[in-house]
Design a protein around this ligand. Structure first.
Ligand SMILES: NC(=O)c1ccc[n+]([C@@H]2O[C@H](COP(=O)([O-])OP(=O)(O)OC[C@H]3O[C@@H](n4cnc5c(N)ncnc54)[C@H](O)[C@@H]3O)[C@@H](O)[C@H]2O)c1
Ligand SMILES: O=c1ccn([C@@H]2O[C@H](COP(=O)(O)OP(=O)(O)O[C@H]3O[C@H](CO)[C@@H](O)[C@H](O)[C@H]3O)[C@@H](O)[C@H]2O)c(=O)[nH]1
Length: 459
């Protein structure tokens, strides 16, 4: 099928950047991104591209170049579905918070709503592409919904999981390691492969069956997260043995069979994907009664929770076993640098633990607002909104967050944190002035020379 019009349902972290790049590389294809969230669509349409709802290096430039030419953002979902030959489903698939599979399974209600919406309004044949991360065999459910509409419309389902990482989304999309397309219909697969083919070499476009494609996405995230939990497990052993986790990571990473990436020990991984997708994998394994498989992958999450918890516990015990009434300055709230996304950020859980001990927290993050921080904490439901608001406040500058603080906790690896005037920060903090570097980004001997009591992960 020759594709001239594409619709993407879901204008989020995946839908926005992915479609912007497809539009840039395929000027002859009209790409419309739709969403039920009007405020989000309005933000995507803001003439001032610094106000786009998602911050990703390089994204604003591409949106500026393509928007209004062949890239459109709209809330007119039915219209966009109807006029397009290919429809991407790129809606959120969070962990279920209710009912069967609560806390483990992926909540597929938004995906199902999209399938029903497409089934209801489509008058011509469509290729429906699963862009969201989905449990293996979801395509079967989508096909069943689409095929039972009673219309004569033919639907082909493809799985095309997205592997971009936030903060580097545009680079990842422009130079992907691979593009994965799973499907039954060769025609449909090639229609999608052609779109990517405008900038991705065909050899890097992998064609598989639908189930392999769906499962590969969950597996890739499980393997990546497993490396972080593995090195974080070693970090705790390093702290007991005077080994240095960064040295260990370098030494093992030079083995070409292991490789150097994803071996950075930290306060724990965050983000909207790793935990959700592994929990989902564990749930799927259990649903097939594969207990050993489920237990194996569950350890990745258990270790990650342990890492966040022990960071907070170490901070408390170092501050003479109490943080009650003490000001702790957080540098960073986002789950990694170069993004404004805070979903599942380690900072949220470390803060929550310290707040249970009655700490006062001042946060500086270059891209995260006080409003977002409050809503992240309120979502946990650990204490009242008033209390969160009283105990935690974001500041406009890092120096305000750290003035009179007993300790600095570095939660995100933003590059600018390394360039601060640490002498000034030291002078303005309470003494002894402690640094807990959850990302190992500062130089230990330099910090100690200034006078800080410095501790990091795995050193
Ligand atoms: N964030 C990432 O880095 C990343 C990377 C790869 C894959 N994924 C996967 O991609 C999917 C989307 O993730 P995201 O981070 O972009 O989510 P997101 O929450 O940022 O965006 C999803 C959007 O879908 C919209 N939506 C939900 N139901 C809708 C409906 N019925 N009709 C129209 N719009 C609807 C929401 O309003 C929201 O704006 C998830 O399955 C996720 O696991 C995410
Ligand atoms: O060596 C490392 C690498 C990462 N992290 C942390 O791990 C989390 C996730 O980082 P990253 O994977 O870079 O970002 P995500 O945007 O969550 O991307 C992951 O999740 C996406 C959603 O499924 C996938 O598309 C990507 O391929 C996959 O990398 C962050 O908190 C990082 O700080 C570490 O602690 N150590």
């Amino acid at each position: 099928m020759k594709v001239t019009k594409i619709c993407c349902i879901g204008a989020g972290y995946v839908g926005g950047p992915t479609m912007a790049v497809i539009a840039k590389k395929n000027p002859n294809i009209k790409v419309t991104i739709v969403d039920i969230n009007k405020a989000r669509i309005d933000a995507w349409n803001d003439p001032d591209v610094s106000k786009l709802p998602i911050y990703e290096p390089g994204l604003a430039e591409i949106v500026k170049e393509t928007r209004g030419k062949n890239l459109f953002f709209s809330t007119e979902i039915d219209k966009a579905i109807n006029e397009s030959e290919m429809i991407f489903i790129s809606v959120n698939t969070p962990t279920k918070t209710y009912g069967k599979g609560k806390g483990m399974a992926a909540d597929l209600k938004y995906v199902e709503l999209c399938a029903r919406n497409i089934a209801e309004v489509a008058k011509t044949d469509k290729i429906v592409v699963e862009k969201s991360t989905l449990p293996v065999r979801t395509a079967q459910a989508i096909k069943s919904i689409l095929d039972n509409t009673g219309s004569n419309v033919n639907f082909e389902i493809l799985s095309n999981p997205e592997f971009l990482a936030e903060g580097t989304a545009i680079q990842d999309l422009l130079n992907p390691d691979r593009v994965l397309i799973g499907g039954e219909s060769k025609d449909a697969i090639e229609s999608l492969a052609n779109i990517y083919g405008s900038w991705v070499p065909q050899a890097q476009i992998l064609r598989t069956n639908v189930w392999s494609s769906e499962l590969s996405k969950l597996t890739a995230n499980a393997f990546l997260a497993q490396r972080i939990s593995s090195i974080n497990a070693i970090s705790e052993l390093c702290e007991k043995t005077e080994a240095n986790v960064d040295e260990v990571a370098k030494a093992i990473g030079m083995d070409s069979r292991i490789g150097p990436k994803f071996l950075k020990s930290s306060v724990g991984f965050g983000g909207s994907c790793f935990q959700k997708d592994i929990l989902n994998l564990v749930y799927i394994a259990r649903s097939y009664n594969l207990q050993a498989v489920a237990d194996y992958w569950e350890q990745v999450i258990i270790l990650n929770d342990h890492q966040k918890r022990r960071f907070a516990d170490h901070l408390i015990s170092t501050l003479y076993n109490t943080v009650s009434g003490k000001k702790i300055g957080f540098l960073g709230w986002a789950f990694k640098k170069d993004t404004n996304d805070t979903r599942e950020s380690a900072a949220i859980y470390v803060a929550d633990h310290l707040l249970n001990e009655q700490a006062n927290i001042a946060v500086y993050d270059p891209k995260v607002s006080n409003e977002k921080i409050q809503s992240d904490l309120n979502y946990l439901n650990t204490r009242s909104e008033e209390e969160n608001n009283k105990l935690v406040q974001a500041t406009d500058t890092p120096y305000e967050a750290l003035k009179d603080a007993h300790a600095v906790a570095i939660m995100t690896e933003w590059d600018e944190f390394k360039t601060y005037d640490w002498e000034k920060i030291y002078t303005e903090m309470k003494k002894p002035a402690f640094i807990f570097d959850g990302r190992n980004i500062l130089n230990k001997s330099e910090m100690e020379k200034i006078g800080f009591e410095y501790s990091s992960i795995g050193q």
